[in-house]
Design a protein around this ligand. Structure first.
Ligand code: FES
Length: 251
């Protein structure tokens, strides 16, 4: 091919049978949006750098083994990508079962009810019982009794509802440039911590709220919402799939 600057090089690929042309370096997830395809996701957002932790956005690529995360896999010329298959659905459901096994099932009384991406993804992946907060078949819950951090006057952090997606950590770094939050520990013991496992108010937190906006669950929640219920967070949706307004298109 002709050498071109990385900024202008275009790549054409197919996603679920739809041809799409995007800039080289674009992630499969963003290319899918261009093709009108929504891939389930929890740790990726439209604005933050991809993190690749939740494994919900797995796809199949013709001629390649395995199920790469679409949020961290760049496009390549001629790629044929599938975002929906029985195998992918099974893998995503398994991922969601793990999350839910370690998450309170108080959806109906949770202040994020109807505005929770974990709940939305449970619905998308077919864990319907969880959408309605009647779980119980999923045991686990190793850190459900971790203490809530109420030290910040504007928001609370409930580790029990955290899925360690790192969106708050990335929002703190990328949006605010504060670097107050980190992920400590490894594997199942990993958790979000402010500073050196300090209360938020003793860390470098400047109370900007970027982390609260980024949180997909009710783990980081404005205190006004906790006290008065959802206000400006409510979403109006005409999606027939559920009332969450996540923008996911049911096939
Ligand atoms: Fe890609 Fe979470 S959205 S791994």
């Amino acid at each position: 091919g002709t050498p071109a600057s990385a900024a202008t090089e275009q790549v054409t690929l197919e996603i679920d049978g739809t041809r799409v042309t995007v800039a080289a370096g674009t992630s499969l997830m963003r290319a899918a949006v261009e093709a009108g395809v929504q891939i389930p996701k929890l740790c990726a957002t439209d604005s933050l750098e991809p993190f690749g932790s939740c494994r919900l956005c797995l796809v199949e690529i013709e001629g390649r083994k395995g199920y790469p995360a679409s949020c961290t896999t760049p496009v390549a010329e001629g790629m044929q990508v599938r975002t929906q298959s029985p195998k992918l659905q099974e893998l995503r459901k398994g991922v969601m079962e793990l999350y839910i096994s370690d998450h309170p099932l108080d959806c109906l009384t949770c202040s994020a009810n109807g505005d929770c991406e974990l709940q939305a993804m449970a619905g998308v992946t077919g864990l319907r019982a969880v959408r309605y907060g009647v779980g119980g078949q999923y045991g686990g819950a190793h850190h459900l009794d971790s203490a809530k951090d109420e030290s910040n006057p504007y928001f609370a952090f409930d580790p029990a509802k955290c899925i360690v997606c790192s969106r708050c950590v990335r929002a703190c770094d990328e949006v605010q440039g504060t670097f107050a939050l980190t992920i400590s520990g490894r594997g199942f013991a990993s958790h979000v911590s402010a500073g050196q496992d300090q209360p938020f108010m003793e860390s470098d937190c400047v109370s900007c709220g970027a982390c609260v906006q980024a949180c997909p669950t009710d783990s980081l929640q404005e205190k006004s919402v906790l006290e008065w219920g959802q206000g400006e967070h409510s979403k109006i949706t005409t999606c027939a799939y559920c009332g969450v307004g996540c923008g996911f298109k049911a096939e």
